[in-house]
Design a protein around this ligand. Structure first.
Ligand SMILES: *[C@@H]1O[C@H](CO)[C@@H](O)[C@H](O)[C@H]1NC(C)=O
Ligand SMILES: *[C@@H]1O[C@H](CO)[C@@H](O)[C@H](O)[C@H]1NC(C)=O
Ligand SMILES: *[C@@H]1O[C@H](CO)[C@@H](O)[C@H](O)[C@H]1NC(C)=O
Ligand SMILES: *[C@@H]1O[C@H](CO)[C@@H](O)[C@H](O)[C@H]1NC(C)=O
Length: 783
């Protein structure tokens, strides 16, 4: 800005009490008298005013004076002030141009104000000067104390650190103007924490000040640091902070056993891997620096014990690695060394970081159960061994010094059937029963040994008894063979291959031999060929078999094993005779042969026989009853019969009447055919007379019957009194007698004979021709 144009004289009002060094009081006074501003060595700007903050005077604080060249002092010039705080914070005397501050100002709130000044003609309002900008700067005074960025500070430093080791830097901040004066110039000092720590006055860096600080002696320190402004001089403001300093651990202490001799007592029954005892070395350090390793460096029972460290307790745990035996060694001595796991080489030179101790282990006696000589026993016995045969022996003894005698028993749960027993005194196992290898090839039992004096002490051992095979079974056919021979078979034709089984198990496998039974060899119709591979062929011996002649052949085959003692058996092969086609495929077999093949057992035959006998008894009883009833009229009361039925006396065939129990029908196929028609009812079908064979002429009485019937028919047909509807007339006819001599001769009874004893029914006109011999003795039961 042009200095000539801006005709505002900047006047700096010297403030008498300003105490800043290098601030020329004389010059300020001169300035106050209107002398043009001189540049000061602090580099003030020429268009600046300065004002002290925090002014506490009662009158308004004078800032400075505006003056225009055009102001002749005649009162025609008016000064105008605009900008920040104009009119409120800052007031101008319009006439004189004096500026005053109306209030107390705080530099820390606002450090400077920008304002504009104008000089105008009071009357014309004409601007005498152009508007010009100037600044009112607030001068700092030390009104803020230093403040630490943290309170408290936390820090740690390794114990035994060298003097001057940095711990932490603290910082205090002063809000006052750092660019002006010493109001913001902070100096650090230590109020508490000497002589251990020191602080750098300029930087606030805290360092160790004492050599050999030991965490094990004192771990925590409270250090108080003061920060003071005005460069630490009197009158400056100050603030403090606390620094918590912890000494961190370093491994500066070796582990130490608290005793030189430890003693443990261990029962000899202790299990392998169990703890015998624990030892603990002390270490003043903490954490990893107190971790230690134990090891055995000497032992009079090598490999018997082991030592490991329990990482959570740092104890050395002594473990049993081999079984103890009071009877063999009663005391052990170990030399144990302990050493820190992480050794600090810095301190290692000061001495060994390890320690040693002796451990005495005393083995205590325990009453132990008997011990078997072996973990298990295998015994063998032949299956034909007699009872009370000794199979083998077990042996157990008391390991204790007392050598208590031992009793043996068999665990009955493993020998429920009491096949074996054991001699309680000497452990010999013997059989109680007969053995059968084919039933049970192994008997796996458990033998218990108990101390005679203390039965609670027991131990058991498995005994595997194998039953050895003896050839005590004869071979038989492997299956039930179903064999047939074709009628058109040729000689030497194979009709069946047979094989055999034997429950015995000879060492080299079975070697069966097959042969025809000697008693059948003479007129044999089949031959047996041993194939020497435990099979045999059944061959025809001649050609053409006739089922009518003989429908079933029974071929006895002798099978023997080659063992000692030799066992053999005769198995019978049943061969049916069948008709076959040309290829030899079975077409038809004799039914009798079929039954035979099915093999009616004697039981079934007896049952059939019984049935026949019962049937016979029924027949006899029935016949007897009939004889009693014979003379009774067929119909006793007339009301019982329909009017158109003419009743004739019935005279049954007596014992000759076998219609009711015709056993012949059971056997004779023809009889079966006949019996298809029920004899007790009139068939509804019309049978032409030709179907029935006319009565054989050999019988005289048949002619009589025909004549008799024809005569009766004639009479009925020609009877004018006959009813108009069909009616039934019954005629009684008595035959000449029985053809059969007695009931027992069943074979003589034939259906033909039936006709002899029938009384005939005659039907009405429509059924005249049905003069057949239906009805018979059975009908009187129904009528
Ligand atoms: C270590 O000792 C503690 C206390 O006796 C125990 O609870 C812990 O099971 C032990 N640890 C090992 C690994 O033996
Ligand atoms: C055990 O005693 C029985 C009966 O006195 C005897 O037969 C057997 O041979 C003995 N066993 C042993 C191994 O001495
Ligand atoms: C008995 O033991 C033998 C040999 O260990 C084994 O082969 C057999 O299967 C066992 N028998 C039974 C019934 O457990
Ligand atoms: C052989 O067959 C004949 C005639 O078929 C018979 O008489 C004879 O008893 C049979 N021989 C044997 C041993 O069955």
């Amino acid at each position: 800005m042009d200095r000539r144009k801006v005709c505002v004289l900047m006047v700096l009002w010297a403030v008498a009490h300003l105490s800043f060094p290098g601030y020329g009081l004389r010059a300020l006074r001169q300035d106050a008298n209107g002398v043009p501003l001189r540049r000061s060595k602090r580099g003030w700007m020429w268009n600046q005013f300065f004002l002290l903050e925090e002014y506490t005077g009662t009158d308004m604080q004078y800032v400075g004076k505006l003056h225009s060249d055009g102001d002749r002092g005649d009162g025609s010039v008016r000064y105008v002030l605009t900008g920040e705080g104009a009119g409120t914070l800052f007031k101008i005397d319009e006439k004189s141009g004096d500026i005053h501050a109306t209030k107390r100002l705080d530099r820390e709130e606002k450090a400077y104000y920008i304002l504009h000044a104008k000089a105008v003609n009071q009357f014309t309002n004409e601007a005498l000067e152009g508007e010009s900008e100037f600044i009112i700067k607030i001068h700092d005074i030390n009104d803020n104390e230093p403040r630490f960025t943290k309170d408290p500070y936390m820090a740690s430093v390794p114990e035994m650190s060298d003097v001057g080791t940095s711990v932490i830097q603290v910082t205090a901040i002063d809000a006052d103007d750092a660019t002006y004066g010493n109001s913001a110039r902070v100096v650090y000092s230590i109020l508490e924490g000497q002589p251990y720590f020191s602080v750098d006055p300029e930087t606030g860096l805290i360092k160790t000040a004492l050599p050999g600080m030991d965490r094990e002696v004192k771990e925590h320190y409270q250090v108080v640091i003061q920060a003071k402004d005005m460069a630490g001089q009197m009158g400056g403001l100050s603030g403090t902070t606390t620094v918590s300093i912890t000494l961190s651990d370093v491994n500066d202490n070796p582990p130490r056993f608290t005793k030189t001799l430890y003693e443990f007592r261990v029962p000899e029954s202790n299990e392998l891997g169990s703890s015998v005892g624990a030892i603990r070395a002390m270490d003043a350090d903490i954490g990893p620096n107190a971790e230690m390793d134990y090891r055995i460096i000497g032992s009079d029972g090598p490999g018997m014990f082991d030592v490991t460290t329990n990482r959570s307790t740092q104890e050395g745990v002594i473990l049993l690695r081999k079984p103890l035996d009071f009877e063999k060694k009663r005391q052990y001595s170990l030399r144990i060394q302990v050493e820190n796991s992480h050794i600090n080489p810095h301190f290692y030179s000061s001495g060994p970081f390890r320690d040693e101790a002796t451990i005495k282990i005393v083995v205590e006696d325990v009453d132990e159960p008997p011990l078997f000589e072996r973990a298990s026993y295998i015994m063998e016995v032949k299956e034909d061994a007699a009872r009370n045969t000794i199979v083998g022996s077990v042996s157990a003894s008391d390991p204790d010094d007392k050598r208590s005698p031992v009793r043996y028993t068999i665990d009955r749960r493993t020998d429920m059937d009491r096949v074996f027993n054991i001699h309680a005194g000497n452990g010999s196992v013997f059989t109680l029963r007969d053995l059968d290898r084919e039933e049970s090839a192994w008997h796996n039992i458990s033998v218990i040994a108990t101390e005679f004096n203390n039965p609670r002490l027991m131990s058991r051992v498995p005994v595997y008894i194998r039953v050895l095979d003896v050839n005590d079974n004869a071979p038989t056919f492997a299956t039930n063979y179903e064999t047939f021979v074709c009628e058109n078979a040729k000689a030497n034709q194979r009709i069946q291959t047979v094989s055999a089984t034997d429950p015995d198990e000879p060492l080299g496998g079975h070697r069966f031999t097959f042969s025809l039974a000697p008693e059948a060899a003479g007129k044999a119709n089949f031959s047996v060929r041993d194939n020497k591979d435990n099979t045999a062929w059944i061959l025809t011996r001649r050609s053409s078999y006739n089922s009518l002649q003989k429908s079933v052949y029974h071929v006895p085959v002798v099978i023997s094993d080659g063992e000692y003692p030799m066992q053999s058996s005769t198995s019978t092969l049943t061969i049916r005779v069948c008709t076959c086609d040309r290829e030899g495929n079975m077409k038809l077999c004799n039914p009798e042969a079929l039954t035979a093949r099915v093999g009616l057992s004697t039981g079934a035959l007896v049952a059939i026989l019984l049935c026949v006998i019962i049937l016979l008894i029924i027949v006899v009883l029935f016949a007897a009853l009939r004889r009693q009833r014979k003379k009774e009229p067929l119909i006793i009361s007339k009301e019982d019969v329909r009017d158109n039925v003419v009743s004739y006396n019935d005279e049954g065939g007596g014992e000759e009447d076998t219609q009711a129990f015709d056993i012949g029908t059971l056997r004779n196929p023809e009889a079966i055919e006949d019996s298809k028609q029920r004899r007790d009812i009139i068939p509804e079908t019309f049978y032409p007379p030709v179907r029935r064979p006319v009565l054989p002429p050999s019988r005289d009485n048949n002619g009589d019957v025909r004549d008799f019937i024809n005569q009766r028919l004639q009479e009925n047909d020609s009877d004018p009194t006959a009813p108009p509807y069909d009616s039934l007339a019954t005629y009684a006819y008595e035959g000449n007698g029985s053809v059969a001599e007695s009931l027992s001769s069943l074979e003589s009874v034939t259906t033909e004979g039936d006709q002899d004893y029938n009384y005939l029914s005659e039907w009405g006109p429509r059924f005249k021709k049905l003069a057949d011999m239906y009805g018979g003795d059975d009908s009187d039961r129904d009528s």
